[in-house]
Design a protein around this ligand. Structure first.
Ligand code: PEP
Ligand code: MN
Length: 375
């Protein structure tokens, strides 16, 4: 059971004290208090865990500080959607809104290499009015002798350049909890010219200690990649690890599944799961067409498979696109062959806008159907 308190309930008020006292004394029930900071109000949610089957919803709703109670299922307690659950989806970070209705594009480098390339990409994004990017500094590589990323050494100049070009959020994978502090220290030193969304890669989806460490901080939101060889349920539970530790600002990213059956693509594109994740949870959903498709192959219509896959995800309601671009793919240190070119950026963004608008129109068509023929 989840008790949602009236917005902005003071934690030192009599109503809060009485409510907590009552809940704390329920036999076999333990409490977990979760604070949600929205744009204009603070919401306190109290999760009642344990023996809650026999609890009376109306009795909980009658408590002075409680606005409403929701019976929640065991799966994805915090991030999930439950029956009669009208809680908002999404969050605002550094002035950028992330929810299940809008769309943000994170085009950028798979791996940071040289300042000139970072500069070229950020300038191009700024010219297009984009405020988000991806920049890999810590790279998890299959082969220990492959380039592992520039690590904390590149952070100062990447962050400075991002600030200079008006970038508000950089998706940046981390592979160890110590990287959170490296990023935080660097941003703080520079006066926070930009923001970072901590990315958990597909190889770390079930690295529970890393998830817990990231979940314990709430300065940075998280982009969690789906595990490439586990079920969707297992990946969604991984997201819940972050929330259960205190950080519910999570975007869930589909990036394809590893199987021979996906060939000729690098992974089996799984973007039909966009609406499924939106139905099961309140997380905004991202698609990563670059790591799903893994090449610059084009179909006879002249459109690259990466672009087709992007369109499939966005037209199905995706809320974020994470995509590799490179000014000189032949010089890229990681994943050059799948990168889109700077000259393709404008058309690609136009295509994405078209698909997102089409998704909204599709939603309207079915809403009208529902309105005209109620069950
Ligand atoms: C990446 O986005 O750079 C990456 C390594 O992706 P994934 O974890 O999905 O393989
Ligand atoms: Mn990559």
């Amino acid at each position: 059971m989840l008790a949602i308190l009236h917005p902005n309930t003071p934690l030192d008020s009599e109503g809060y004290r009485q409510t907590l006292h009552y809940l704390e004394n329920l036999p076999g029930v333990s409490l977990r208090v979760h604070e949600v900071q929205g744009a204009s109000q603070r919401l306190t949610e109290i999760y009642l865990l344990g023996d809650t089957k026999s609890l009376d919803k109306e009795e909980i709703e009658a408590l002075p500080a409680v606005e409403r109670a929701i019976r929640i299922s065991d799966d994805y307690r915090i991030l999930g959607r439950h029956k009669d659950d009208r809680r908002q989806s999404g969050f605002n970070y550094n002035g950028v809104e992330f929810n299940q209705d809008n769309l943000n594009v994170f085009a950028g480098l798979c791996a940071v290499d040289v300042p000139e390339h970072v500069e070229m990409i950020l300038k191009a994004l700024e010219d297009q009015g984009e405020v988000c990017t991806r920049m890999g500094a810590y790279k998890p590589r299959t082969n220990p002798y492959s380039f592992q990323g520039h690590g904390k050494g590149c952070l100062p100049w990447v962050f400075e350049k991002a600030g200079k070009h008006g970038i508000k959020v950089i998706a940046m994978e981390i592979t160890h909890e110590s990287h959170i502090e490296e990023i935080d220290t660097c941003l703080e030193k520079l006066g926070r010219p930009t923001g970072v969304m901590l990315q958990v890669g597909t190889r770390n989806t079930q690295n529970f200690e890393l998830l817990k460490a990231i979940g314990r901080q709430s300065t940075y939101p998280v982009l969690l990649k789906r595990g490439f060889g586990i079920t969707l349920n297992e990946s969604l539970n991984a997201a819940e690890y972050l929330a259960s530790e205190g950080n519910a600002n999570v975007v869930f990213c589909l990036r394809g599944m590893k199987t021979e059956a996906g060939q000729p693509h690098r992974n089996m594109v799984d973007f039909a799961h966009v609406p499924a994740v939106k139905r099961l949870t309140r997380m905004p959903v991202c698609v990563d067409p670059s790591h799903s498709v893994g090449s610059r192959e084009a179909s006879p219509d002249g459109i690259l498979d990466v672009m087709h896959a992007t369109a499939q995800g966005v037209i199905a309601g995706a809320n974020m696109v994470l995509v590799d671009f490179h000014p000189k793919p032949e010089k890229a240190l990681v994943d050059g062959p799948q990168a889109l070119l700077m000259k393709e950026l404008s058309a690609y963004l136009e295509d994405i806008r078209l698909c997102h608008d089409t998704w909204k129109k599709r939603r309207d068509i079915y809403q009208r159907l529902k309105d005209s023929a109620p069950e």
